[in-house]
Design a binder for this molecule. Structure first.
Ligand code: HAM
Length: 425
């Protein structure tokens, strides 16, 4: 007997009952991105492997252990994208979008990381991200954080904490890196295996360690503060002042280094305490060297990505209001005359009421069983179209949830009467 083929661990089916959450988040995000002048870009879900190795960094968890990399039939090494920024930069360079322009781009879609799956951490997960190019000032950093805050407000999500930090310029970071190297070398014996490996190649990554046994050592490590140049310090001060002016509360976390190597100056994360260990719902920062590093002219960039599954878990935990995606109207019908005209009636109603979500009963059944289906569909209004109604050119309108009696209405008046009964959304 043939066995059933199972889905891949850490890759979820998103079933229709989840849809209201996804629709609410995606539509609200698209609206808010539009409010700040962002336009959507759609890029492939796979790229040549070196793009990610160069952008995200050779000595990062993502590139070392988490990429889905394979050879295609032509022998090229490809990887499923573990994140969106590298591909957006690649596309920007390739299509000349970054030249003498300052594009504001947003993207959405699945990302892939071979991580150990747990609540809030999956191997296929989704991001909604934004990137701005060509702006060096902290005003864009501030505006992007304000945009995220507005999106959370629009969704009705509360209780998020904002952490910010600066990683300076590459030169400043190199000096910090030396200081960290010296410090961790002096504490070799206390390093775990991962950290020992990282000591020579990328000691900053040690700060990113989640190993509880390492936390005390990490807490006492040198910070970038002493190596920060005047301009980077001013950029960070202006970021803080701008956030204060907008009333956006933040904490400075000098250990916040992020898991990707391309960041310069501003980095930030929005965190929740409602979801356990996977607490970052939105992360990003500035990457002024990345475009050049990937072969473009030097153009600064800054952006963030939201973790869709994590935000949806928060929306569920906080029971935020959702956009209704259920049918608004369910059309019950019985009899030969009615059956012959029901599709035309449904089409006429969809023409007359813009955007109407109308489900016509399919597969027959008694009025009683059709009403059960109408109820389960979540519709606000049921229409009854039997042979008597067909003969009389009328339809019965029945509000589903309590409110109001069933009434018979001539067909030409039906759109107006139905529209009056529907709640917004
Ligand atoms: P990231 O921090 O690696 O940054 O990912 C962004 C967000 O994606 C995280 O805050 C988290 O909510 C979500 N996320 C990451 N990994 C997983 C996972 N395995 N399962 C579920 N959710 C996950 C980036 O990807 C950068 N490209 C963000 C950025 C854009 N920086 C500048 N521009």
């Amino acid at each position: 007997m043939a066995g059933r083929v199972q889905s891949i661990r850490g890759m979820n089916d998103i079933l229709p009952e989840q849809e209201p959450y996804w629709t609410t988040l995606e539509e609200t995000a698209a609206t808010v991105f539009g409010m700040y002048g962002y336009r959507r870009i759609r890029i492939p879900i796979m790229e040549r492997t070196p793009l990610f190795a160069r952008a995200v960094g050779e000595v990062t968890d993502i590139v070392e252990k988490e990429m889905y990399t394979f050879e295609d039939r032509g022998g090229d090494s490809l990887s499923l994208r573990p994140e969106g920024t590298a591909g957006v930069v690649r596309a920007g360079i390739e299509h000349g979008l970054l030249h003498n322009q300052s594009p504001r781009l947003w993207y959405a879609g699945p990302m892939f990381r071979y991580e150990r799956p747990q609540k809030g951490r999956y191997r296929q997960f989704h991001q909604l991200g934004i990137e701005v190019f060509g702006q060096t000032g902290p005003d864009v950093d501030i505006e992007q954080i304000a945009l995220a805050a507005r999106l959370f407000r629009a969704l009705g999500i509360g209780g998020l904490r904002l952490e910010i930090n600066t990683l300076g310029t590459p030169a400043e970071r190199a000096a910090w890196r030396d200081a960290l190297h010296a410090y961790f070398s002096a504490h070799q014996a206390e390093l775990d295996e991962d950290s020992r490996r990282r000591l020579e190649r990328n000691p900053l990554r040690i700060l990113d360690s989640k190993n509880p046994a390492m936390q005390e050592l990490i807490a006492a490590a040198p910070t970038l503060r002493n190596n920060l140049g005047v301009e980077s310090a001013a950029h960070f001060d202006q970021l803080c002042a701008g956030l204060k002016q907008l009333g956006i509360a933040y904490e400075i976390n000098t250990r916040l280094v992020r898991g990707l190597d391309y960041y310069t100056r501003t980095v930030f994360e929005w965190l929740t305490s409602d979801l356990g260990a996977q607490d970052a719902v939105c992360s990003g920062g500035r990457y002024d060297g990345l475009v050049e590093q990937l072969g473009g002219n030097p153009v600064p960039g800054t952006g963030f990505a939201l973790g869709v599954e994590r935000l949806i878990a928060l929306m569920q935990a906080q029971q935020v209001p959702l956009i209704n995606t259920a049918p608004q109207v369910f059309l019950v019908h019985a009899g030969e005359q009615a059956a012959a005209r029901v599709m035309a009636l449904a089409e006429a109603l969809r023409d007359a009421i813009p955007g109407l979500r109308l489900q016509v009963n399919a597969g027959g059944g008694s009025f009683k069983s059709q009403f059960k289906r109408a109820d389960r569909s979540g519709a606000q209004v049921a229409l009854v179209f039997g042979d008597a109604e067909a003969a009389g050119n009328s339809v019965q309108i029945k509000p589903m949830a309590g409110q109001g009696e069933q009434e018979e209405v001539p067909l030409e008046q039906a759109p107006q009467r139905i529209a009056a009964l529907l709640q917004p959304h």
